[in-house]
Design a protein around this ligand. Structure first.
Ligand code: ATP
Length: 270
């Protein structure tokens, strides 16, 4: 079960340059996760503990997983991902043991970044979740907290969690020594959207008439993931039209499709 529940990547291929519009978040993640890994001695010299765990929170598809992968890439750390939702749905009865395995694996493969996606699935307030009252889910969360408490002597392991449902979290996991550094990862602003469109059209054969800045202005409320799929969708419209060059109208058609709740969601566009 260990192999299925965890996704291990020796060298993730995401770099900070691949992430559009999250300059402040990149800076914070570097300070909270990268520095303590790279300059552990400096923290000891100064006599402070680095943040225990970092929690990334914000809407779906905004680049939280990318941020965690980019830190692992930058620090040559093993990236080990576990999805909270899978622990609850697929590995019933095994949650606590899998959490133990997760930290054991990280310890074998250090330096390592542990990434726990959808942490709300195992750490929701009792009142807000059907499953959190479940003794099994409670046990999984207790195991996670106890692994984090015994963290100091574990060496080069950093832990990052992510959630789209910050409001649902049990505040116990935010206490000092646990996820004590919060970083909000919002939907991109207009400059961020333009940068994300630049990144995702880099390898595309774009016509002269394509105006990504204009597209950025028209896509308020879209996430990075939705912008990425808009770019792909624009390419699909060109192919359907038997062209090899992608034109501005393809982007307009793609946006219309996404607005109508196409593949990635149905967030309203202003
Ligand atoms: P979720 O909360 O749904 O797990 P997430 O915040 O972890 O989402 P990612 O998995 O990092 O989102 O992003 C999904 C995809 O969307 C990325 O692989 C990338 O193609 C695109 N994307 C999202 N945000 C950005 C961004 N800021 N810059 C560039 N691409 C982005």
């Amino acid at each position: 079960a260990r192999a299925q529940a965890m996704q291990v990547d020796g060298s993730p291929d995401v770099s900070y340059d691949d992430i559009g519009g999250l300059e402040a978040q990149i800076r914070e993640v570097r300070e909270a996760v990268e520095e303590p890994l790279v300059n552990a001695q400096q923290f000891r010299d100064v006599g402070i503990e680095p943040p225990s765990g970092v929690l990334l929170h914000g809407p779906p598809g905004t680049g939280k997983t990318m941020l965690a992968k980019a830190v692992a890439n930058e620090t040559d750390a093993t990236f080990i991902k576990m999805a909270g939702s899978e622990l609850v749905r697929k590995f019933i009865g095994e949650g606590a043991r899998l959490v133990r395995d997760l930290f054991e694996l990280a310890s074998e493969r250090q330096p390592a970044i542990i990434f726990i996606d959808e942490i709300d699935a195992i750490a929701a307030k009792r009142t807000e979740s059907k499953t959190s009252g479940d003794a099994e889910v409670q046990r999984t969360m207790m195991q996670l907290l106890s692994e984090m408490d015994g963290f100091d002597d574990r060496g080069e392991i950093r832990i990052i969690a992510a959630t789209n449902r910050f409001d649902m979290l049990d505040r116990a996991i935010l206490r000092p020594g646990r996820f004590d550094r919060l970083i909000e990862v919002p939907n991109p602003d207009v400059a961020g959207r333009e940068r994300i469109l630049d990144i995702h059209t880099e390898d595309m054969n774009l016509s002269e008439d394509v105006d990504l800045r204009a597209m950025a202005r028209q896509t308020d409320g879209l996430s990075g993931a939705e912008l990425a799929s808009m770019a792909t969708e624009a390419g699909m419209f060109a192919i359907r039209d038997e062209r090899t060059t992608v034109e501005q109208r393809d982007f307009r058609d793609a946006l219309e499709k996404i607005d109508q709740g196409g593949e990635t969601g149905s967030q309203p566009v202003a």
